[in-house]
Design a protein around this ligand. Structure first.
Ligand SMILES: NC(=O)c1ccc[n+]([C@@H]2O[C@H](COP(=O)([O-])OP(=O)(O)OC[C@H]3O[C@@H](n4cnc5c(N)ncnc54)[C@H](O)[C@@H]3O)[C@@H](O)[C@H]2O)c1
Length: 267
């Protein structure tokens, strides 16, 4: 690929994958509203607020693929979610359509299906059950991806990311964890397969006790290798396991299911 765009490059996942994605393209265009530091030799830095349609058009122009991590990544007031995750995603897909960019990774979330129980086993056909406005915004992104695929042939890997951190932060995340190495391998498959389509992929490592089934997207050839369950001993030393009726033990989205609708950032 000539030029790959990485949005949200200053964020928690973006700042790690920024280095790991370099081999995928001649030029990695990294973007955010926050400080991105110095550009590596293969990088170009473009600051851009996703809610600005004209700026997003300029950001996307010349890119052959997009890894879209930018936006609000937890439950927040609608006044923050709407510009970044609703208008921002619309702006991104419109820019892709107008500039001829045909392949995107959309970072969806487990919170698009957070109100399913942990006893439910979901595959790529599972309908959304968002656990907050953030989850709703991810469902919107999934719908835009589907629309732009059916109408314009833009291919998107919709990745319902579980928990992508150096290691699971609590017991629930043993089931939802995805290591950075497994995510990098997935992105490699997404941008190297000849026909991608518009699949829903659960972004998780090969975790014992997982709730998600990726057999519908086996054609990608992705074989995650890590396992969140290996952190059980460490987590047991660090914290108590959640009580059986706690949201973190009942719902796939855990404590997001009991978040209020935040009216302002001070709530
Ligand atoms: N970390 C996880 O485990 C996880 C789980 C599920 C989904 N996701 C999704 O993956 C993506 C990356 O997650 P993360 O944990 O790195 O999130 P993050 O919050 O650390 O990073 C998001 C980045 O987006 C940028 N951003 C916010 N609003 C913006 C705007 N209006 N214009 C341009 N940039 C803006 C922020 O500055 C930030 O650097 C997000 O879309 C998130 O919803 C992450």
């Amino acid at each position: 690929m000539k030029r790959l765009l990485l949005t949200g490059a200053a964020g928690s996942i973006g700042s790690v994958l920024r280095k790991k994605l370099a081999p995928l393209a001649e030029i990695l265009r990294v973007s955010d509203i926050n400080d991105l530091g110095d550009a590596a030799p293969n990088e170009e830095i473009v600051y851009c607020d996703l809610s600005n349609e004209d700026d997003v058009y300029k950001l996307v122009k010349g890119c052959n693929g997009i890894v879209h991590f930018g936006g609000i990544s937890v439950e927040k007031p609608w006044s923050l979610i709407r510009p970044a995750n609703i208008e921002g995603v619309y702006n991104l897909y419109e820019a892709a359509r107008k500039t001829g960019c045909t392949r995107i990774l959309f970072a969806s979330s487990n919170h698009a299906v957070g109100f399913y129980k942990q006893t439910d086993y979901l595959d790529d056909k599972a309908l959304p059950r968002p656990d907050g406005l953030y989850g709703v915004s991810k469902v919107f992104g999934e719908a835009i991806a589907s629309l732009y695929h059916d109408k314009f042939g833009i291919e998107t890997a919709i990745v319902r990311i579980g928990s992508c951190f150096p290691e699971p932060k609590n017991h629930r995340m043993m089931a939802t964890w995805m290591s950075y190495d497994d995510f990098t391998a997935l992105i490699d498959c997404i941008f190297n397969i000849s026909q991608l389509g518009c699949p829903i992929i659960y972004g998780i490592s090969d975790n014992d006790g997982k709730w998600w089934d990726n057999s519908g997207t086996a054609y990608l050839g992705w074989q995650p290798k890590d396992n969140g369950r290996n952190f059980l001993e460490t987590l047991d030393k660090r914290m108590e396991r959640p009580k059986p009726d706690a949201p973190d033990a009942v719902y796939q989205g855990g404590y997001f299911t009991v978040d209020p609708i935040y009216a302002s950032e001070d709530d």
